[in-house]
Design a protein around this ligand. Structure first.
Ligand code: C5P
Length: 231
């Protein structure tokens, strides 16, 4: 797998998802199934999108006690997704347990990423509500280092923090970055954002939702992302 654009399929069900994807004739974009679609349709959504030929990032952001996460990851591993994730805030013990659960008897497993701080959380909220008395950059760097130490493949972080992660954890430690907006587009509820073009330098994958799904011409918006990020 290499540099790519992942479309966040934040739709209420498979009918809407398939209608959306039917516009991409002859193309099979890498897609992300998030909580909304998964909770609505379950494993059937994963199976259907696999059958349709898409690579899948299953974005369920697990965060629970290590044993529970390990067992849940074992179930997800059988779904044969390409990538999945958890919250680094669950601690290194949870991340190690997750990797164990995810690894199949033949030693293969999906890519496992850790969410550092959500790109919708700004520093003030993090400090005042979560009582974390550090900068977002410090927290992201430290969580990424924990994820690397636990043996994970990379992190989900803001494109603005991807450079820091690469510096701390090495260039082969993946950075997958949501919070992408076109220079002339709507920001929505995302706070720590950048453009596909600026994400190029330190992101391995970008995750793009509304700038593509809510665009008047989603295929053109996807192609613009690919042009600005991959080419
Ligand atoms: O519509 P938008 O481009 O903001 O969608 C971003 C997607 O990435 C959403 O599906 C959101 O759940 C996900 N995401 C995020 N921040 C993270 C991890 C995932 O925005 N840290």
């Amino acid at each position: 797998m290499g540099r790519d654009v992942i479309i966040a399929l934040d739709f209420p069900g498979m009918a809407e998802t398939e209608a959306f994807l039917s516009q991409f004739t002859g193309r099979k974009p890498f897609v992300k199934i998030g909580m909304e679609l998964y909770y609505a349709e379950g494993p059937a959504a994963v199976k259907r999108l696999k059958e349709m030929g898409h690579k899948i990032f299953l974005d369920l952001k697990l965060h629970d006690i290590p044993t529970t996460v390990k067992k849940a990851m074992k179930v997800l591993s059988n779904l044969d997704v390409d990538m999945c994730n958890l919250h680094a805030a669950g601690t290194r013990a949870m991340m190690e347990a997750a990797l164990e659960g995810l690894t199949r008897p033949d030693g293969t497993r999906p890519i496992l990423l850790a969410v550092t701080q959500l790109t919708s959380t700004d520093e003030e909220r993090m400090q005042k509500e979560l009582l974390i008395p550090h900068t977002v950059a410090e927290v992201v760097e430290s969580y990424a280092a924990n994820a690397a130490a636990a043996g994970l493949d990379g992190v989900v972080c803001s494109p603005l923090e991807a450079k820091l992660v690469k510096e701390r954890c090495g260039k082969d430690f993946w950075t997958v970055t949501p919070g992408i907006r076109f220079a002339d587009g709507d920001v929505g509820d995302q706070k720590r954002i950048t453009t596909p073009e600026l994400a190029r330098e330190f992101s391995d994958y970008i995750v793009v939702g509304r700038p593509i799904t809510a665009a008047e011409d989603p295929v053109a918006a996807y192609e613009r992302c690919v042009r600005e990020f991959c080419d």
